[in-house]
Design a protein around this ligand. Structure first.
Ligand code: ZN
Length: 202
């Protein structure tokens, strides 16, 4: 059907590669761009390029940062640097920040261990976490990976690597309130707040 519209077909192929965009919506998004002003489309493309050029990862915790080597949380003197909350991705960090009630710092793993998808320990920011912990005097490490099989396996892996340091600091896991098989990013503020304030030893 689109053979006579090769450029449009190219756009559809690009949109097909986007995760989280339901396949039935690809045509609607393609028509949205087709019907938008040229200026609007240029602005959109420029913002995408700017995001790629200007947004980096914090050297300490791998949170997002713009124009600084450390993120705003690591630079904040009011944050308790002795409590580190380990999360899978930036949007989990964002969900906890949005819920409020947590004043420690973070470590963003960049995913979870997933042998089926070929994601191993060297593909995540795990060894930087172990190095960070060995250089710091910390009180608590919160394993806030999601309550999915991969999230649990990743938390267990971290725990197994740090278990011998348990007399130096507490290792905790998010408490009840987090339904099994769910992701932090989809939870309401109260659930996340209860989970983080009622965290339990691993
Ligand atoms: Zn940081």
């Amino acid at each position: 059907m689109f053979e006579q519209l090769p450029t449009f077909q190219k756009l559809l192929r690009q949109l097909q590669q986007l995760p989280y965009l339901a396949s039935k919506n690809i045509y609607k998004v393609a028509f949205y761009f087709l019907n938008s002003d040229r200026k609007k489309v240029e602005q959109f493309c420029q913002v995408l390029l700017d995001v790629k050029d200007r947004i980096g990862r914090c050297h300490h915790c791998f949170n997002l940062t713009e124009g600084e080597s450390l993120c705003s949380i690591c630079r904040d003197e009011k944050r308790n640097k002795k409590i580190i909350c380990v999360v899978e991705n930036w949007y989990d960090l964002f969900a906890i920040e949005k819920a409020g009630g947590y004043d420690g710092v973070y470590h963003v793993l960049g995913g979870v261990l997933s042998p089926l998808e070929g994601i191993g320990e060297n593909d995540l920011n795990l060894y930087s976490l172990f190095k960070r912990i060995s250089n710091l005097d910390i009180e608590e490490l919160i394993l806030a990976t999601n309550a999915t099989p991969e999230g649990e396996a990743t938390a267990s892996f971290i725990y197994s690597k740090l278990e011998h340091l348990r007399d130096r600091f507490k290792i905790t896991r998010l408490a009840s309130g987090v339904p099994i098989g769910s992701s932090l990013e989809y939870m309401d503020k109260v659930t996340i707040y209860k989970a983080i304030s009622g965290r339990q030893p691993f």
